[in-house]
Design a binder for this molecule. Structure first.
Ligand SMILES: [Zn+2]
Length: 434
């Protein structure tokens, strides 16, 4: 388990739980402190709730060399395709969404107000990011606060808490309280929106966590509640932007139920910055990397190019924020790693892009969640970056390459050159392998 910072003035930390507790989870917490059990267990794959199933990733013979794989030792990998056990990430996906409170932390105001801190924004966020391929339906069959039988403190939930025993008890109590009214087979995953007055302020310790691919989760209506996101105290930095951006913790947590790993590390967001919501979910809106969009099944085979052959090949990239066109060039280095190339501009979910251009990053399928599976190449190192947005990792904000610039990996004999921009805003990129 690795504690990981991401955040505002007081960076909260998130951590990852291993499969040893039959679950994967990430928790945001305050200080760089305490890594409790250093589990390295393995996330078992298997059934989750009804309707879920393996992600259908676009593939073709030409894409084969780019389907990197980390092997079974990695609990949550950037490899393509994503293994089974997680929620489906295309088509209509039903998120059972419950608002939960406790006798020692009673919900204030209406439970539906809590729901509306996250919706419809989360739904819209996924619609935009997926180019309409993920039809996310949050459903609230119980529109009131669901009171748990025990006080909050008795569940022993704190940062880094494992699934057992506290979360298991909480999920069991949720199932017991709702089973007469809810058929869990109808849903793909569970969102638990905890009353924000339970537990510490997110500015001190962010508890929000996801347990994904958990085949040993409590069973309801014959299916394990194996993919569940829990959201706690508001990620409100006091800047007045909460109503616009505070929901973003939920798309991050739901990214885990779809099988995406955490991209921040113990050192914070310095590996990927604000280029993916799995790296930073505070502050201005941001999108997912094109690599994640391919992994989630949101790109056609024709929108991904695998630059595996020797020689120089020219590609035209279309902005990631716009539907249609080529979104990803991947330059495989070996069976586990490679370089991804994509075009990032301001638009869609990307509202903090201050220097549009071609983003290049290394993807390592054999590096686990929270350990830095993705590393963005910074075209302007030690520049301080170009953004002034709060809660955005500044240094990497000007990482993208502009026409005339190139990236080289001399050892691997790879050169990626940004050649030109056309009138429609597409970028021409040359990949040379010798
Ligand atoms: Zn996370």
């Amino acid at each position: 388990m690795q504690p990981q910072p991401e955040g505002p003035r007081v960076p909260p930390l998130r951590r990852i739980r291993s499969r040893r507790v039959a679950a994967f989870a990430s928790v945001t917490a305050l200080t760089l402190a305490v890594s409790t059990s250093a589990g390295t267990g393995h996330l078992t794959q298997g059934r989750t709730s009804a309707g879920s199933g393996p992600v259908t990733v676009a593939r073709s013979t030409a894409l084969g060399p780019c389907m990197i794989n980390g092997g079974p030792a990695v609990q949550m990998s950037e490899g393509v395709p994503t293994p089974g056990g997680y929620s489906r990430s295309t088509g209509t996906v039903r998120a059972l969404t419950l608002m939960v409170d406790f006798a020692d932390a009673p919900g204030r105001g209406s439970a539906l107000d809590r729901f509306h801190e996250f919706f419809p924004q989360t739904q819209q966020w996924f619609r935009t990011s997926s180019y309409g391929r993920l039809d996310y339906r949050p459903e609230t069959p119980i529109p009131t606060w669901l009171r748990m039988p025990k006080p909050f403190r008795e569940y022993g939930i704190e940062r880094g808490a494992p699934f057992d025993p506290g979360y298991r008890k909480l999920v069991q109590d949720i199932v017991a309280a709702t089973d007469a009214d809810i058929d869990f087979r109808s849903y793909d995953f569970l969102n638990v929106l905890i009353t924000p007055n339970a537990g510490p302020s997110a500015l001190d310790t962010v508890l929000s966590v996801t347990f994904a691919g958990n085949t040993e989760a409590p069973v309801a209506d014959g299916v394990p509640v194996g993919n569940a996101s829990f959201v706690y105290s508001r990620q409100d930095d006091g800047s007045g932007s909460y109503h616009r951006t505070g929901y973003r913790v939920l798309p991050h947590e739901n990214g885990h139920v779809f099988g995406l790993p955490d991209l921040y590390t113990q050192e914070g967001g310095g590996a990927v910055g604000h280029w993916d919501i799995m790296s930073e979910d505070w502050g201005a809106n941001n999108d997912l990397l094109a690599w994640h969009k391919w992994k989630l099944g949101w790109l056609d085979a024709s929108q991904v190019h695998c630059a595996a052959r020797p020689g120089t090949t020219q590609y035209t990239l279309s902005p990631l924020s716009r539907a249609g066109g080529v979104k990803l060039i991947f330059v495989p280095v070996d069976a586990r790693t490679g370089y991804a190339v994509e075009l990032r501009t301001r638009g869609g979910n990307d509202e903090a892009v201050c220097r549009p251009g071609v983003l290049i990053y290394r993807v390592e399928a054999d590096v686990d969640t929270g350990q830095g599976p993705v590393t963005v190449y910074d075209a302007r190192q030690d520049s301080g970056g170009c953004t002034r947005s709060p809660n955005v990792h500044a240094e990497l904000s000007d990482a993208a390459l502009t026409p005339g610039e190139d990236f080289r990996d001399a050892g691997k004999r790879i050169r990626i050159t940004v050649a030109a921009v056309d009138v429609r805003g597409n970028y021409r990129v040359l990949v040379t392998r010798t």
